[in-house]
Design a protein around this ligand. Structure first.
Ligand code: AMP
Ligand code: ZN
Ligand code: FE
Ligand code: FE
Length: 293
Protein backbone atom coordinates (compact mmCIF):
# COMPACT_ATOMS: atom_id res chain seq x y z
CA UNK A 1 0.00 0.00 0.00
CA UNK A 2 1.15 3.52 -0.89
CA UNK A 3 0.57 7.12 0.14
CA UNK A 4 1.11 10.52 -1.52
CA UNK A 5 2.00 13.31 0.92
CA UNK A 6 2.57 16.22 -1.48
CA UNK A 7 -0.20 17.37 -3.85
CA UNK A 8 -1.77 20.59 -5.08
CA UNK A 9 -5.35 21.54 -6.01
CA UNK A 10 -7.04 24.45 -7.76
CA UNK A 11 -6.97 26.26 -4.40
CA UNK A 12 -3.36 27.07 -5.38
CA UNK A 13 -1.76 26.18 -8.71
CA UNK A 14 -2.92 22.60 -9.20
CA UNK A 15 -5.41 21.55 -11.86
CA UNK A 16 -7.74 19.32 -9.82
CA UNK A 17 -10.46 20.71 -7.51
CA UNK A 18 -9.76 19.70 -3.88
CA UNK A 19 -12.99 17.71 -3.57
CA UNK A 20 -11.99 15.54 -6.55
CA UNK A 21 -8.51 14.58 -5.34
CA UNK A 22 -9.51 11.78 -2.90
CA UNK A 23 -11.44 9.80 -5.54
CA UNK A 24 -8.43 10.06 -7.85
CA UNK A 25 -6.18 8.96 -4.99
CA UNK A 26 -8.41 5.99 -4.34
CA UNK A 27 -8.41 5.07 -8.06
CA UNK A 28 -4.59 5.27 -7.96
CA UNK A 29 -4.59 2.74 -5.11
CA UNK A 30 -3.48 5.17 -2.39
CA UNK A 31 -4.31 4.55 1.26
CA UNK A 32 -3.41 8.09 2.39
CA UNK A 33 -3.27 11.51 0.76
CA UNK A 34 -2.00 14.93 1.86
CA UNK A 35 -3.18 18.16 0.24
CA UNK A 36 -0.33 20.67 0.46
CA UNK A 37 -1.38 23.75 -1.50
CA UNK A 38 1.02 26.70 -1.70
CA UNK A 39 0.32 29.29 0.99
CA UNK A 40 -3.34 28.41 1.56
CA UNK A 41 -5.45 26.03 3.62
CA UNK A 42 -8.58 26.92 1.65
CA UNK A 43 -8.91 23.54 -0.07
CA UNK A 44 -8.53 21.41 3.07
CA UNK A 45 -12.14 21.17 4.36
CA UNK A 46 -13.55 20.08 0.98
CA UNK A 47 -10.73 17.58 0.46
CA UNK A 48 -11.11 16.18 3.98
CA UNK A 49 -14.85 15.64 3.51
CA UNK A 50 -14.35 13.91 0.16
CA UNK A 51 -11.57 11.72 1.62
CA UNK A 52 -13.95 10.60 4.36
CA UNK A 53 -16.53 9.62 1.76
CA UNK A 54 -14.19 7.50 -0.34
CA UNK A 55 -12.23 6.01 2.58
CA UNK A 56 -8.79 7.55 2.03
CA UNK A 57 -6.80 8.69 5.11
CA UNK A 58 -6.42 12.45 4.82
CA UNK A 59 -3.48 14.60 5.92
CA UNK A 60 -4.27 18.33 6.03
CA UNK A 61 -1.18 20.14 4.79
CA UNK A 62 0.36 23.27 3.31
CA UNK A 63 3.53 24.21 1.39
CA UNK A 64 5.26 27.45 2.38
CA UNK A 65 7.98 29.11 0.28
CA UNK A 66 10.76 30.45 2.53
CA UNK A 67 13.85 32.58 1.96
CA UNK A 68 16.56 30.35 0.50
CA UNK A 69 19.20 33.07 0.78
CA UNK A 70 18.82 33.06 4.58
CA UNK A 71 20.52 29.64 4.73
CA UNK A 72 23.46 30.35 2.44
CA UNK A 73 26.86 30.23 4.14
CA UNK A 74 27.21 33.96 4.99
CA UNK A 75 27.89 36.39 3.49
CA UNK A 76 26.02 35.44 0.35
CA UNK A 77 26.84 37.47 -2.74
CA UNK A 78 25.26 35.92 -5.82
CA UNK A 79 27.43 35.68 -8.92
CA UNK A 80 25.82 36.93 -12.15
CA UNK A 81 23.45 34.28 -13.49
CA UNK A 82 23.60 32.39 -10.19
CA UNK A 83 20.47 30.39 -9.49
CA UNK A 84 19.79 30.47 -5.79
CA UNK A 85 17.23 27.65 -5.72
CA UNK A 86 14.09 27.39 -3.62
CA UNK A 87 13.35 26.46 -0.01
CA UNK A 88 9.87 24.98 0.42
CA UNK A 89 8.55 23.73 3.75
CA UNK A 90 5.64 21.34 3.97
CA UNK A 91 3.38 21.45 7.01
CA UNK A 92 1.69 18.07 7.51
CA UNK A 93 -1.20 17.42 9.95
CA UNK A 94 -1.89 21.15 10.40
CA UNK A 95 -5.14 22.56 11.79
CA UNK A 96 -6.73 24.10 8.71
CA UNK A 97 -8.21 27.00 10.69
CA UNK A 98 -5.13 28.00 12.68
CA UNK A 99 -5.15 31.83 12.94
CA UNK A 100 -1.33 32.21 12.94
CA UNK A 101 -0.99 30.22 9.74
CA UNK A 102 -3.83 32.22 8.20
CA UNK A 103 -2.02 35.48 9.05
CA UNK A 104 1.18 34.17 7.49
CA UNK A 105 -0.72 33.16 4.34
CA UNK A 106 -2.14 36.67 4.10
CA UNK A 107 1.42 38.11 4.22
CA UNK A 108 2.54 35.75 1.47
CA UNK A 109 -0.51 36.64 -0.63
CA UNK A 110 0.51 40.28 -0.33
CA UNK A 111 4.05 39.45 -1.52
CA UNK A 112 2.54 37.60 -4.50
CA UNK A 113 0.23 40.52 -5.27
CA UNK A 114 3.31 42.76 -5.42
CA UNK A 115 5.45 40.38 -7.48
CA UNK A 116 3.01 39.10 -10.10
CA UNK A 117 2.40 42.49 -11.81
CA UNK A 118 6.21 42.96 -11.94
CA UNK A 119 6.48 39.71 -13.90
CA UNK A 120 3.76 40.91 -16.27
CA UNK A 121 5.56 44.26 -16.70
CA UNK A 122 8.79 42.46 -17.64
CA UNK A 123 6.94 40.28 -20.14
CA UNK A 124 5.38 43.42 -21.64
CA UNK A 125 8.86 45.03 -21.88
CA UNK A 126 9.94 41.96 -23.84
CA UNK A 127 7.12 42.68 -26.29
CA UNK A 128 4.69 39.99 -25.10
CA UNK A 129 1.08 41.09 -24.98
CA UNK A 130 -0.29 39.79 -21.68
CA UNK A 131 -2.22 41.59 -18.94
CA UNK A 132 -2.61 40.84 -15.25
CA UNK A 133 -6.39 40.86 -15.70
CA UNK A 134 -6.08 37.85 -18.00
CA UNK A 135 -4.24 35.96 -15.25
CA UNK A 136 -6.77 37.01 -12.60
CA UNK A 137 -9.65 35.88 -14.85
CA UNK A 138 -8.05 32.43 -15.21
CA UNK A 139 -7.52 32.03 -11.46
CA UNK A 140 -11.05 33.20 -10.67
CA UNK A 141 -12.55 30.79 -13.23
CA UNK A 142 -10.81 27.95 -11.35
CA UNK A 143 -11.90 29.19 -7.94
CA UNK A 144 -8.26 29.62 -6.85
CA UNK A 145 -6.95 31.49 -3.82
CA UNK A 146 -3.26 31.80 -4.65
CA UNK A 147 -1.95 33.37 -7.85
CA UNK A 148 1.34 31.91 -9.07
CA UNK A 149 3.68 31.65 -11.99
CA UNK A 150 2.00 28.49 -13.36
CA UNK A 151 -1.12 30.60 -13.97
CA UNK A 152 0.95 33.20 -15.81
CA UNK A 153 2.52 30.32 -17.74
CA UNK A 154 -0.87 28.97 -18.69
CA UNK A 155 -1.91 32.35 -20.11
CA UNK A 156 1.37 32.50 -22.07
CA UNK A 157 0.53 29.08 -23.53
CA UNK A 158 -3.05 30.12 -24.37
CA UNK A 159 -1.71 33.18 -26.20
CA UNK A 160 0.79 31.15 -28.20
CA UNK A 161 3.94 32.50 -26.52
CA UNK A 162 4.98 29.11 -25.13
CA UNK A 163 4.39 25.49 -26.09
CA UNK A 164 3.73 24.38 -22.49
CA UNK A 165 3.87 25.76 -18.95
CA UNK A 166 7.32 24.14 -18.60
CA UNK A 167 8.38 25.92 -21.79
CA UNK A 168 7.10 29.23 -20.36
CA UNK A 169 9.28 28.70 -17.27
CA UNK A 170 12.30 27.73 -19.40
CA UNK A 171 11.98 30.78 -21.64
CA UNK A 172 10.50 33.54 -19.51
CA UNK A 173 9.47 33.09 -15.89
CA UNK A 174 11.78 30.45 -14.36
CA UNK A 175 14.68 31.46 -12.12
CA UNK A 176 17.47 33.03 -14.20
CA UNK A 177 15.08 33.88 -17.06
CA UNK A 178 14.34 37.50 -18.07
CA UNK A 179 10.88 37.84 -16.49
CA UNK A 180 11.78 36.12 -13.20
CA UNK A 181 11.05 38.11 -10.04
CA UNK A 182 11.94 36.71 -6.61
CA UNK A 183 9.27 36.78 -3.89
CA UNK A 184 10.26 34.26 -1.22
CA UNK A 185 11.42 36.35 1.75
CA UNK A 186 9.75 34.45 4.60
CA UNK A 187 12.40 33.49 7.21
CA UNK A 188 12.55 29.66 7.36
CA UNK A 189 12.36 29.65 11.17
CA UNK A 190 9.13 31.63 11.04
CA UNK A 191 7.60 29.13 8.62
CA UNK A 192 8.62 26.18 10.83
CA UNK A 193 7.25 27.88 13.97
CA UNK A 194 3.94 28.67 12.26
CA UNK A 195 3.58 25.03 11.18
CA UNK A 196 4.32 23.81 14.72
CA UNK A 197 1.88 26.27 16.29
CA UNK A 198 -0.76 24.92 13.90
CA UNK A 199 -0.10 21.42 15.26
CA UNK A 200 1.84 20.25 12.20
CA UNK A 201 5.14 18.61 11.33
CA UNK A 202 7.61 20.71 9.30
CA UNK A 203 9.15 18.81 6.41
CA UNK A 204 11.77 20.17 4.00
CA UNK A 205 10.22 19.66 0.54
CA UNK A 206 12.30 18.48 -2.45
CA UNK A 207 15.77 19.19 -1.00
CA UNK A 208 17.21 18.99 -4.54
CA UNK A 209 15.53 22.31 -5.37
CA UNK A 210 17.73 24.11 -2.83
CA UNK A 211 20.49 23.72 -5.44
CA UNK A 212 23.22 23.02 -2.88
CA UNK A 213 26.69 23.04 -4.50
CA UNK A 214 27.71 19.74 -2.90
CA UNK A 215 26.99 17.24 -0.11
CA UNK A 216 28.70 19.50 2.44
CA UNK A 217 26.42 22.46 1.67
CA UNK A 218 23.38 20.16 1.78
CA UNK A 219 24.39 18.90 5.22
CA UNK A 220 25.12 22.44 6.46
CA UNK A 221 21.72 23.67 5.26
CA UNK A 222 19.68 20.78 6.64
CA UNK A 223 21.52 21.04 9.99
CA UNK A 224 20.63 24.72 10.23
CA UNK A 225 17.00 23.84 9.54
CA UNK A 226 17.20 21.07 12.15
CA UNK A 227 18.38 23.71 14.66
CA UNK A 228 15.18 25.58 13.80
CA UNK A 229 13.26 22.41 14.77
CA UNK A 230 12.66 20.96 11.32
CA UNK A 231 10.98 17.55 11.74
CA UNK A 232 11.76 15.75 8.52
CA UNK A 233 12.96 15.54 4.93
CA UNK A 234 10.96 14.81 1.80
CA UNK A 235 12.93 11.85 0.46
CA UNK A 236 10.65 10.75 -2.41
CA UNK A 237 9.74 13.46 -4.95
CA UNK A 238 9.32 13.63 -8.71
CA UNK A 239 12.56 15.65 -9.05
CA UNK A 240 14.63 13.05 -7.13
CA UNK A 241 16.36 10.14 -8.83
CA UNK A 242 17.46 6.94 -7.08
CA UNK A 243 20.76 8.53 -5.97
CA UNK A 244 18.99 11.47 -4.29
CA UNK A 245 16.43 9.23 -2.63
CA UNK A 246 19.25 7.21 -1.11
CA UNK A 247 21.27 10.29 -0.09
CA UNK A 248 18.33 12.11 1.55
CA UNK A 249 17.19 8.96 3.38
CA UNK A 250 20.72 8.47 4.74
CA UNK A 251 20.96 12.15 5.76
CA UNK A 252 17.61 11.98 7.54
CA UNK A 253 18.69 8.91 9.45
CA UNK A 254 22.04 10.46 10.39
CA UNK A 255 20.41 13.67 11.69
CA UNK A 256 17.48 11.92 13.37
CA UNK A 257 14.88 13.41 11.04
CA UNK A 258 11.63 11.86 9.86
CA UNK A 259 11.10 10.98 6.19
CA UNK A 260 8.21 11.89 3.91
CA UNK A 261 7.42 11.68 0.22
CA UNK A 262 4.97 12.58 -2.50
CA UNK A 263 4.48 13.22 -6.18
CA UNK A 264 3.97 17.03 -6.06
CA UNK A 265 0.94 16.35 -8.25
CA UNK A 266 -0.32 19.52 -9.97
CA UNK A 267 -2.94 18.07 -12.33
CA UNK A 268 -2.51 18.47 -16.09
CA UNK A 269 -0.12 21.45 -15.72
CA UNK A 270 2.75 19.11 -14.87
CA UNK A 271 3.47 15.66 -16.33
CA UNK A 272 3.46 13.90 -12.95
CA UNK A 273 0.81 11.38 -11.89
CA UNK A 274 -0.85 11.20 -8.48
CA UNK A 275 0.77 8.43 -6.43
CA UNK A 276 3.67 8.07 -8.86
CA UNK A 277 6.35 8.13 -6.15
CA UNK A 278 5.06 4.87 -4.62
CA UNK A 279 5.74 6.00 -1.07
CA UNK A 280 5.12 3.13 1.39
CA UNK A 281 2.07 3.76 3.59
CA UNK A 282 4.29 3.09 6.62
CA UNK A 283 5.82 6.53 5.96
CA UNK A 284 2.38 8.10 6.51
CA UNK A 285 1.79 5.96 9.62
CA UNK A 286 5.10 6.97 11.20
CA UNK A 287 4.41 10.68 10.63
CA UNK A 288 0.86 10.35 11.95
CA UNK A 289 2.16 8.69 15.11
CA UNK A 290 4.69 11.48 15.74
CA UNK A 291 2.02 14.11 15.05
CA UNK A 292 0.06 12.46 17.85
CA UNK A 293 -3.00 11.64 15.79
P1 AMP B 1 5.37 30.71 -7.61
O1 AMP B 1 5.06 30.19 -6.24
O2 AMP B 1 4.30 31.60 -8.13
O3 AMP B 1 6.74 31.33 -7.69
O4 AMP B 1 5.36 29.44 -8.60
C1 AMP B 1 6.04 28.28 -8.22
C2 AMP B 1 5.37 27.08 -8.84
O5 AMP B 1 5.80 26.96 -10.16
C3 AMP B 1 5.70 25.77 -8.16
O6 AMP B 1 4.49 25.20 -7.71
C4 AMP B 1 6.24 24.84 -9.17
O7 AMP B 1 5.48 23.65 -9.20
C5 AMP B 1 6.03 25.58 -10.46
N1 AMP B 1 7.26 25.51 -11.24
C6 AMP B 1 8.48 25.93 -10.83
N2 AMP B 1 9.39 25.72 -11.81
C7 AMP B 1 8.72 25.15 -12.85
C8 AMP B 1 9.08 24.71 -14.15
N3 AMP B 1 10.34 24.80 -14.58
N4 AMP B 1 8.12 24.19 -14.95
C9 AMP B 1 6.83 24.11 -14.51
N5 AMP B 1 6.43 24.51 -13.30
C10 AMP B 1 7.35 25.03 -12.48
ZN1 ZN C 1 2.86 24.56 -7.39
FE1 FE D 1 7.56 23.07 -3.91
FE1 FE E 1 4.58 21.45 -4.28
Amino acid sequence: MYCDLHTHSTASDGGTPPQELPAQARAAGLAALALTDHDTAAGLPACAAAAGEVGVCFVPGIELSANRAALKPAPYTPAPGDRLGTLHLLGLFIRHDDPGLAALCRDVAQARAQRNPQIIARLNEMGLSISYDEVLALVQAQGGQVIGRPHIGQVLVAKGYAASVQDAFARYIGEGRPAYVRKDLLPPGRAIDAIHKAGGLAILAHPIQMRCADAAELEYTVKRLAEMDLDGLEVWHCDHGPAEIQAYAALAQRLGLLVSGGSDYHGPRKAVALGSQQVPVEVFEALRDVAGL
